[in-house]
Design a protein around this ligand. Sequence first.
Ligand code: SPQ
Length: 429
Amino acid sequence: MGAQKLIHNVNRLEGLLNIPGDKSISHRSVMFGAIANGTTTVSNFLKGEDCLSTIRCFRELGVEIEETDYTITIHGRGWDHLREPINLLNVGNSGTTIRLMLGLLAGRTFHSTFIGDDSIAKRPMRRVINPLREMGARIDGRSNGEYTPLSLRGGGLKSITYQMPVASAQVKSALLFAGLQAEGKTKIIESAKTRDHTERMIRHFGGDIYIDDLSIIVEGSQRLFGRHVDVPGDISSAAFFLVAGAVVPESHITLNRVGLNPTRKGIVEVLEKMGANINISSYNEESFEPVGDIIIQTSNLKGTVIEGELIPRLIDEIPIIALLATQAEGQTIIRDAEELKVKETNRIDTVVKELSKLGADIVATKDGMIINGPTKLHGSKVSSHGDHRIGMMLAIASLICEEPVELENAEAVAVSYPEFFSDLSQLIK
Ligand code: SPQ
Protein backbone atom coordinates (compact mmCIF):
# COMPACT_ATOMS: atom_id res chain seq x y z
CA MET A 1 0.00 0.00 0.00
CA GLY A 2 1.30 3.50 -0.87
CA ALA A 3 1.68 6.42 1.50
CA GLN A 4 -1.52 8.09 2.71
CA LYS A 5 -1.84 11.90 2.49
CA LEU A 6 -2.84 13.22 5.91
CA ILE A 7 -4.94 16.29 6.62
CA HIS A 8 -2.67 19.17 7.64
CA ASN A 9 -2.86 22.72 8.95
CA VAL A 10 -6.33 22.42 10.46
CA ASN A 11 -8.13 25.52 11.79
CA ARG A 12 -10.35 23.98 14.42
CA LEU A 13 -11.61 20.66 15.86
CA GLU A 14 -15.09 20.43 17.26
CA GLY A 15 -17.59 17.73 18.12
CA LEU A 16 -18.45 14.69 20.14
CA LEU A 17 -17.11 11.16 19.74
CA ASN A 18 -18.00 7.77 21.13
CA ILE A 19 -14.60 6.18 21.59
CA PRO A 20 -14.41 2.46 20.60
CA GLY A 21 -14.16 -0.17 23.31
CA ASP A 22 -11.06 -0.65 25.43
CA LYS A 23 -8.60 -3.08 23.84
CA SER A 24 -7.27 -4.55 27.10
CA ILE A 25 -10.79 -5.12 28.47
CA SER A 26 -12.09 -6.53 25.15
CA HIS A 27 -9.31 -9.16 25.07
CA ARG A 28 -9.98 -10.14 28.66
CA SER A 29 -13.75 -10.35 28.14
CA VAL A 30 -13.21 -13.08 25.52
CA MET A 31 -10.74 -14.92 27.75
CA PHE A 32 -12.91 -14.85 30.87
CA GLY A 33 -16.02 -15.65 28.82
CA ALA A 34 -14.24 -18.71 27.42
CA ILE A 35 -13.20 -20.17 30.80
CA ALA A 36 -16.42 -19.24 32.63
CA ASN A 37 -19.44 -21.50 32.93
CA GLY A 38 -22.43 -20.06 31.08
CA THR A 39 -22.99 -17.32 28.54
CA THR A 40 -21.07 -14.04 28.52
CA THR A 41 -22.30 -11.10 26.46
CA VAL A 42 -19.96 -8.24 25.68
CA SER A 43 -21.20 -4.86 24.44
CA ASN A 44 -19.02 -2.15 22.86
CA PHE A 45 -16.46 -4.87 22.04
CA LEU A 46 -13.47 -3.48 20.14
CA LYS A 47 -13.43 -4.92 16.63
CA GLY A 48 -9.74 -4.08 16.20
CA GLU A 49 -7.42 -6.62 14.59
CA ASP A 50 -5.78 -7.53 17.92
CA CYS A 51 -9.06 -8.46 19.61
CA LEU A 52 -10.21 -10.35 16.50
CA SER A 53 -6.99 -12.40 16.83
CA THR A 54 -8.03 -13.30 20.37
CA ILE A 55 -11.48 -14.41 19.15
CA ARG A 56 -9.85 -16.53 16.41
CA CYS A 57 -7.52 -18.23 18.90
CA PHE A 58 -10.38 -19.15 21.24
CA ARG A 59 -12.40 -20.55 18.35
CA GLU A 60 -9.39 -22.79 17.64
CA LEU A 61 -9.75 -23.99 21.24
CA GLY A 62 -13.35 -25.04 20.55
CA VAL A 63 -15.10 -22.05 22.12
CA GLU A 64 -18.30 -20.92 20.41
CA ILE A 65 -18.31 -17.13 19.91
CA GLU A 66 -21.02 -15.19 18.06
CA GLU A 67 -20.40 -11.71 16.64
CA THR A 68 -23.04 -9.09 15.80
CA ASP A 69 -21.83 -5.52 15.22
CA TYR A 70 -20.21 -4.41 18.47
CA THR A 71 -21.70 -7.16 20.64
CA ILE A 72 -20.24 -10.61 21.06
CA THR A 73 -21.59 -13.65 22.85
CA ILE A 74 -19.28 -16.29 24.27
CA HIS A 75 -20.69 -19.69 25.16
CA GLY A 76 -18.30 -20.64 27.96
CA ARG A 77 -18.26 -24.22 29.22
CA GLY A 78 -15.48 -23.94 31.79
CA TRP A 79 -11.75 -24.67 31.73
CA ASP A 80 -12.17 -28.37 31.03
CA HIS A 81 -13.97 -27.83 27.72
CA LEU A 82 -11.10 -26.02 26.03
CA ARG A 83 -9.80 -28.52 23.46
CA GLU A 84 -6.39 -29.13 21.96
CA PRO A 85 -6.10 -26.91 18.85
CA ILE A 86 -5.52 -28.59 15.49
CA ASN A 87 -4.06 -25.42 13.96
CA LEU A 88 -1.39 -22.99 15.09
CA LEU A 89 -2.65 -20.21 17.39
CA ASN A 90 -1.89 -17.08 15.37
CA VAL A 91 -1.90 -13.95 17.57
CA GLY A 92 -1.09 -11.55 14.69
CA ASN A 93 0.34 -8.34 16.17
CA SER A 94 -1.07 -8.80 19.66
CA GLY A 95 1.29 -9.04 22.65
CA THR A 96 -1.69 -9.18 25.02
CA THR A 97 -3.16 -12.23 23.24
CA ILE A 98 0.00 -14.31 23.34
CA ARG A 99 1.18 -13.42 26.85
CA LEU A 100 -2.20 -13.82 28.56
CA MET A 101 -3.02 -17.00 26.63
CA LEU A 102 0.29 -18.58 27.64
CA GLY A 103 -0.83 -18.25 31.27
CA LEU A 104 -4.37 -19.34 30.50
CA LEU A 105 -3.25 -22.49 28.66
CA ALA A 106 -0.42 -23.26 31.12
CA GLY A 107 -2.92 -25.20 33.22
CA ARG A 108 -4.28 -27.30 30.31
CA THR A 109 -2.69 -30.67 29.67
CA PHE A 110 -2.82 -30.39 25.87
CA HIS A 111 -0.30 -29.09 23.35
CA SER A 112 -0.53 -25.75 21.54
CA THR A 113 1.81 -23.67 19.38
CA PHE A 114 1.75 -19.86 19.12
CA ILE A 115 2.90 -17.78 16.18
CA GLY A 116 2.46 -14.11 15.27
CA ASP A 117 3.64 -11.42 12.84
CA ASP A 118 7.17 -10.01 12.38
CA SER A 119 6.73 -7.58 15.30
CA ILE A 120 5.57 -10.32 17.69
CA ALA A 121 8.61 -12.38 16.64
CA LYS A 122 10.83 -9.69 18.22
CA ARG A 123 8.94 -9.24 21.50
CA PRO A 124 10.39 -10.87 24.64
CA MET A 125 8.42 -13.79 26.06
CA ARG A 126 10.73 -15.19 28.75
CA ARG A 127 9.32 -12.63 31.21
CA VAL A 128 6.12 -14.74 31.10
CA ILE A 129 7.63 -18.13 30.41
CA ASN A 130 10.16 -18.18 33.27
CA PRO A 131 7.56 -17.96 36.06
CA LEU A 132 5.18 -20.29 34.17
CA ARG A 133 7.98 -22.86 33.89
CA GLU A 134 8.53 -22.44 37.63
CA MET A 135 4.86 -23.33 38.12
CA GLY A 136 5.36 -26.50 36.07
CA ALA A 137 4.34 -25.62 32.49
CA ARG A 138 6.52 -27.03 29.70
CA ILE A 139 7.18 -24.29 27.19
CA ASP A 140 9.78 -24.09 24.46
CA GLY A 141 10.55 -21.77 21.59
CA ARG A 142 13.21 -19.90 19.71
CA SER A 143 16.17 -18.71 21.89
CA ASN A 144 15.09 -20.95 24.77
CA GLY A 145 11.57 -19.61 24.77
CA GLU A 146 12.32 -15.90 24.36
CA TYR A 147 10.66 -15.62 20.95
CA THR A 148 7.89 -17.15 18.80
CA PRO A 149 7.14 -19.76 17.60
CA LEU A 150 6.42 -21.04 21.10
CA SER A 151 5.00 -24.41 21.98
CA LEU A 152 3.32 -25.22 25.24
CA ARG A 153 2.14 -28.29 27.09
CA GLY A 154 0.62 -27.34 30.40
CA GLY A 155 -1.10 -29.03 33.31
CA GLY A 156 -0.33 -29.96 36.94
CA LEU A 157 0.58 -26.41 37.99
CA LYS A 158 1.84 -25.67 41.47
CA SER A 159 1.48 -22.23 43.03
CA ILE A 160 4.43 -19.86 43.47
CA THR A 161 5.28 -16.55 45.08
CA TYR A 162 6.65 -14.29 42.39
CA GLN A 163 8.29 -10.90 42.74
CA MET A 164 7.93 -9.30 39.31
CA PRO A 165 11.17 -7.84 37.88
CA VAL A 166 9.30 -5.67 35.33
CA ALA A 167 6.11 -3.64 35.71
CA SER A 168 3.88 -5.51 33.25
CA ALA A 169 0.13 -6.11 33.32
CA GLN A 170 0.61 -8.85 30.74
CA VAL A 171 3.00 -10.84 32.94
CA LYS A 172 0.80 -10.28 36.00
CA SER A 173 -2.33 -11.36 34.09
CA ALA A 174 -0.67 -14.49 32.67
CA LEU A 175 0.28 -15.52 36.22
CA LEU A 176 -3.23 -14.79 37.47
CA PHE A 177 -4.71 -17.07 34.78
CA ALA A 178 -2.17 -19.76 35.70
CA GLY A 179 -2.78 -19.18 39.42
CA LEU A 180 -6.53 -19.74 38.96
CA GLN A 181 -5.67 -23.29 37.83
CA ALA A 182 -2.76 -24.08 40.17
CA GLU A 183 -2.74 -26.09 43.36
CA GLY A 184 -2.69 -23.70 46.34
CA LYS A 185 -2.31 -19.93 46.55
CA THR A 186 -0.27 -17.97 44.01
CA LYS A 187 1.18 -14.68 45.23
CA ILE A 188 2.37 -11.99 42.81
CA ILE A 189 4.21 -8.90 43.96
CA GLU A 190 4.30 -6.06 41.43
CA SER A 191 7.26 -3.69 41.13
CA ALA A 192 4.80 -0.86 40.34
CA LYS A 193 1.03 -0.82 39.98
CA THR A 194 -0.03 -1.75 36.42
CA ARG A 195 -3.49 -1.87 34.82
CA ASP A 196 -5.76 -4.01 36.99
CA HIS A 197 -8.42 -5.12 34.49
CA THR A 198 -7.71 -8.83 35.07
CA GLU A 199 -8.11 -8.47 38.85
CA ARG A 200 -11.40 -6.60 38.38
CA MET A 201 -12.64 -9.20 35.93
CA ILE A 202 -11.86 -12.13 38.24
CA ARG A 203 -14.23 -10.53 40.76
CA HIS A 204 -16.78 -9.61 38.10
CA PHE A 205 -16.92 -13.25 36.94
CA GLY A 206 -17.51 -14.45 40.52
CA GLY A 207 -13.93 -15.37 41.50
CA ASP A 208 -11.94 -14.48 44.62
CA ILE A 209 -8.78 -12.39 44.64
CA TYR A 210 -6.98 -10.63 47.50
CA ILE A 211 -5.16 -7.38 46.78
CA ASP A 212 -2.99 -5.48 49.24
CA ASP A 213 -1.18 -2.62 47.55
CA LEU A 214 1.38 -4.31 45.25
CA SER A 215 0.64 -7.88 46.45
CA ILE A 216 -2.00 -10.04 44.84
CA ILE A 217 -3.07 -13.52 45.95
CA VAL A 218 -5.25 -15.84 43.92
CA GLU A 219 -6.35 -19.32 44.90
CA GLY A 220 -6.42 -22.23 42.44
CA SER A 221 -9.30 -24.44 41.23
CA GLN A 222 -11.74 -21.55 40.98
CA ARG A 223 -14.93 -21.77 38.97
CA LEU A 224 -16.03 -18.60 37.17
CA PHE A 225 -19.49 -17.74 35.81
CA GLY A 226 -20.65 -16.06 32.59
CA ARG A 227 -21.51 -12.37 32.94
CA HIS A 228 -22.39 -9.26 30.93
CA VAL A 229 -19.44 -6.96 30.17
CA ASP A 230 -20.06 -3.41 28.95
CA VAL A 231 -16.66 -2.30 27.65
CA PRO A 232 -15.77 1.36 28.36
CA GLY A 233 -14.24 3.55 25.63
CA ASP A 234 -10.47 3.04 25.40
CA ILE A 235 -8.58 5.85 27.13
CA SER A 236 -5.52 4.94 25.03
CA SER A 237 -7.57 5.70 21.87
CA ALA A 238 -9.16 8.78 23.46
CA ALA A 239 -5.63 10.06 24.18
CA PHE A 240 -5.12 10.95 20.48
CA PHE A 241 -8.13 13.29 20.52
CA LEU A 242 -7.25 14.69 23.95
CA VAL A 243 -3.91 15.83 22.55
CA ALA A 244 -5.48 16.98 19.26
CA GLY A 245 -8.02 19.10 21.16
CA ALA A 246 -5.28 20.63 23.32
CA VAL A 247 -2.93 21.58 20.44
CA VAL A 248 -5.19 22.52 17.50
CA PRO A 249 -6.41 26.16 17.72
CA GLU A 250 -9.97 26.94 18.84
CA SER A 251 -10.89 23.33 19.53
CA HIS A 252 -13.59 21.88 21.75
CA ILE A 253 -14.06 18.09 21.83
CA THR A 254 -16.19 15.85 24.03
CA LEU A 255 -15.30 12.16 24.33
CA ASN A 256 -18.14 10.02 25.67
CA ARG A 257 -17.95 7.18 28.21
CA VAL A 258 -14.20 6.78 28.36
CA GLY A 259 -12.68 4.28 30.83
CA LEU A 260 -11.16 6.18 33.77
CA ASN A 261 -9.58 3.32 35.67
CA PRO A 262 -6.93 4.92 37.96
CA THR A 263 -4.30 2.47 36.65
CA ARG A 264 -4.89 3.79 33.10
CA LYS A 265 -5.57 7.51 33.42
CA GLY A 266 -2.02 8.85 33.73
CA ILE A 267 -2.60 10.81 30.50
CA VAL A 268 -5.35 12.87 32.18
CA GLU A 269 -3.02 13.64 35.09
CA VAL A 270 -0.24 14.71 32.70
CA LEU A 271 -2.59 16.97 30.72
CA GLU A 272 -3.73 18.59 33.98
CA LYS A 273 -0.13 19.01 35.15
CA MET A 274 0.79 20.65 31.83
CA GLY A 275 -2.03 23.15 32.25
CA ALA A 276 -4.52 21.72 29.75
CA ASN A 277 -8.11 22.86 29.62
CA ILE A 278 -9.60 19.43 30.46
CA ASN A 279 -12.74 18.49 32.40
CA ILE A 280 -14.48 15.25 33.35
CA SER A 281 -18.25 14.96 33.65
CA SER A 282 -20.79 12.15 34.24
CA TYR A 283 -18.20 10.18 36.23
CA ASN A 284 -19.66 6.80 37.16
CA GLU A 285 -18.04 3.93 39.02
CA GLU A 286 -21.07 1.72 39.51
CA SER A 287 -19.88 -0.85 37.00
CA PHE A 288 -16.71 -2.95 37.41
CA GLU A 289 -14.71 -0.25 35.59
CA PRO A 290 -15.15 3.54 36.16
CA VAL A 291 -16.20 5.69 33.16
CA GLY A 292 -16.79 9.35 32.40
CA ASP A 293 -17.02 11.94 29.62
CA ILE A 294 -13.91 14.02 28.95
CA ILE A 295 -14.04 17.54 27.54
CA ILE A 296 -10.87 19.03 26.10
CA GLN A 297 -10.26 22.51 24.69
CA THR A 298 -7.28 24.31 23.16
CA SER A 299 -4.74 24.91 25.88
CA ASN A 300 -1.60 26.82 26.83
CA LEU A 301 0.76 24.04 27.85
CA LYS A 302 3.95 23.93 29.88
CA GLY A 303 6.65 21.24 29.94
CA THR A 304 6.77 18.63 32.70
CA VAL A 305 8.63 15.59 34.04
CA ILE A 306 7.01 12.17 33.57
CA GLU A 307 8.63 9.36 35.56
CA GLY A 308 8.36 6.62 38.19
CA GLU A 309 5.03 5.10 39.15
CA LEU A 310 3.24 7.26 36.57
CA ILE A 311 4.93 5.45 33.66
CA PRO A 312 2.94 2.15 33.78
CA ARG A 313 -0.28 4.20 34.01
CA LEU A 314 0.38 5.89 30.65
CA ILE A 315 2.91 3.62 28.94
CA ASP A 316 0.92 3.34 25.67
CA GLU A 317 0.26 7.09 25.58
CA ILE A 318 3.92 8.14 25.55
CA PRO A 319 4.09 8.52 21.74
CA ILE A 320 1.18 10.99 21.75
CA ILE A 321 2.47 12.70 24.92
CA ALA A 322 5.76 13.30 23.06
CA LEU A 323 3.80 15.18 20.39
CA LEU A 324 1.96 17.14 23.10
CA ALA A 325 5.32 18.15 24.59
CA THR A 326 6.49 19.62 21.25
CA GLN A 327 3.73 22.24 21.69
CA ALA A 328 4.42 23.00 25.37
CA GLU A 329 6.50 25.90 26.65
CA GLY A 330 9.82 24.62 28.04
CA GLN A 331 11.29 21.17 28.52
CA THR A 332 9.51 17.85 28.99
CA ILE A 333 11.51 14.91 30.32
CA ILE A 334 10.21 11.35 30.06
CA ARG A 335 12.26 8.80 32.02
CA ASP A 336 11.93 5.28 33.54
CA ALA A 337 10.22 4.19 30.31
CA GLU A 338 12.67 1.53 29.04
CA GLU A 339 9.69 -0.79 28.45
CA LEU A 340 8.91 1.32 25.36
CA LYS A 341 11.77 -0.49 23.62
CA VAL A 342 9.86 -3.82 23.59
CA LYS A 343 6.47 -2.69 22.28
CA GLU A 344 5.19 -3.15 18.68
CA THR A 345 8.28 -1.15 17.73
CA ASN A 346 11.05 0.36 19.83
CA ARG A 347 8.84 3.33 20.63
CA ILE A 348 11.70 5.52 21.90
CA ASP A 349 13.43 5.18 18.51
CA THR A 350 10.35 5.43 16.30
CA VAL A 351 8.86 8.44 18.13
CA VAL A 352 12.14 10.37 18.08
CA LYS A 353 12.87 9.47 14.45
CA GLU A 354 9.45 10.39 13.06
CA LEU A 355 8.84 13.54 15.13
CA SER A 356 12.35 14.77 14.21
CA LYS A 357 11.39 14.49 10.52
CA LEU A 358 8.56 16.96 11.25
CA GLY A 359 10.96 19.40 12.92
CA ALA A 360 10.46 18.57 16.61
CA ASP A 361 13.26 19.29 19.08
CA ILE A 362 13.43 15.80 20.59
CA VAL A 363 16.26 13.48 21.67
CA ALA A 364 16.27 9.89 22.84
CA THR A 365 17.74 8.96 26.22
CA LYS A 366 18.48 5.48 27.59
CA ASP A 367 15.04 5.23 29.21
CA GLY A 368 12.90 7.88 27.56
CA MET A 369 13.23 11.19 25.73
CA ILE A 370 13.70 14.93 26.20
CA ILE A 371 11.55 17.37 24.24
CA ASN A 372 11.92 21.13 24.03
CA GLY A 373 9.00 23.27 22.94
CA PRO A 374 7.11 24.90 21.52
CA THR A 375 8.16 24.13 17.94
CA LYS A 376 6.37 24.70 14.65
CA LEU A 377 6.09 21.42 12.80
CA HIS A 378 6.57 21.18 9.03
CA GLY A 379 5.67 18.64 6.37
CA SER A 380 7.47 15.39 5.55
CA LYS A 381 7.03 11.78 4.56
CA VAL A 382 6.72 9.74 7.76
CA SER A 383 6.08 6.10 8.66
CA SER A 384 4.11 4.21 11.29
CA HIS A 385 6.72 1.42 11.10
CA GLY A 386 3.68 -0.89 11.31
CA ASP A 387 2.92 0.39 14.85
CA HIS A 388 -0.68 1.55 15.33
CA ARG A 389 0.13 4.08 18.06
CA ILE A 390 2.93 5.68 16.01
CA GLY A 391 0.58 5.92 13.00
CA MET A 392 -2.17 7.68 14.98
CA MET A 393 0.30 10.02 16.70
CA LEU A 394 1.62 11.11 13.29
CA ALA A 395 -1.90 11.71 11.95
CA ILE A 396 -2.55 14.04 14.91
CA ALA A 397 0.83 15.74 14.39
CA SER A 398 -0.14 16.44 10.78
CA LEU A 399 -3.12 18.53 11.96
CA ILE A 400 -0.66 21.20 13.17
CA CYS A 401 1.90 20.82 10.37
CA GLU A 402 2.23 23.73 7.99
CA GLU A 403 2.91 21.61 4.90
CA PRO A 404 1.51 18.25 3.71
CA VAL A 405 2.43 15.04 5.55
CA GLU A 406 2.37 11.59 3.96
CA LEU A 407 2.10 8.52 6.17
CA GLU A 408 3.47 5.14 5.13
CA ASN A 409 1.78 2.07 6.57
CA ALA A 410 -1.27 4.01 7.75
CA GLU A 411 -3.34 0.81 7.79
CA ALA A 412 -1.56 -0.24 11.02
CA VAL A 413 -4.10 1.85 12.99
CA ALA A 414 -6.67 -0.95 12.51
CA VAL A 415 -4.88 -2.97 15.22
CA SER A 416 -6.60 -0.91 17.93
CA TYR A 417 -8.79 1.70 16.17
CA PRO A 418 -10.21 0.74 12.74
CA GLU A 419 -12.48 3.84 12.62
CA PHE A 420 -9.67 6.25 13.59
CA PHE A 421 -9.45 8.23 10.33
CA SER A 422 -13.23 8.59 9.90
CA ASP A 423 -13.67 9.66 13.55
CA LEU A 424 -10.90 12.23 13.11
CA SER A 425 -12.39 13.66 9.92
CA GLN A 426 -15.75 14.19 11.72
CA LEU A 427 -14.08 16.64 14.11
CA ILE A 428 -12.29 18.76 11.49
CA LYS A 429 -14.12 22.06 10.87
O1 SPQ B 1 -1.04 -6.11 23.17
P1 SPQ B 1 0.17 -5.29 22.90
O2 SPQ B 1 0.63 -5.50 21.49
O3 SPQ B 1 1.28 -5.51 23.89
O4 SPQ B 1 -0.31 -3.75 23.01
C1 SPQ B 1 0.15 -2.60 23.73
C2 SPQ B 1 -0.42 -1.36 22.91
O5 SPQ B 1 0.25 -0.36 22.69
O6 SPQ B 1 -1.60 -1.46 22.57
C3 SPQ B 1 1.66 -2.50 23.92
F1 SPQ B 1 2.35 -2.40 22.88
O7 SPQ B 1 -0.49 -2.48 25.01
C4 SPQ B 1 -0.20 -3.30 26.15
C5 SPQ B 1 0.40 -2.44 27.26
O8 SPQ B 1 1.56 -1.79 26.85
C6 SPQ B 1 -1.51 -3.91 26.62
C7 SPQ B 1 -1.46 -4.43 28.01
C8 SPQ B 1 -2.56 -5.28 28.51
O9 SPQ B 1 -3.67 -5.28 27.94
O10 SPQ B 1 -2.33 -5.95 29.55
C9 SPQ B 1 -0.44 -4.09 28.89
C10 SPQ B 1 0.72 -3.28 28.50
O11 SPQ B 1 1.83 -4.12 28.23
P2 SPQ B 1 2.84 -4.62 29.38
O12 SPQ B 1 3.95 -5.30 28.63
O13 SPQ B 1 3.29 -3.38 30.07
O14 SPQ B 1 2.13 -5.53 30.27
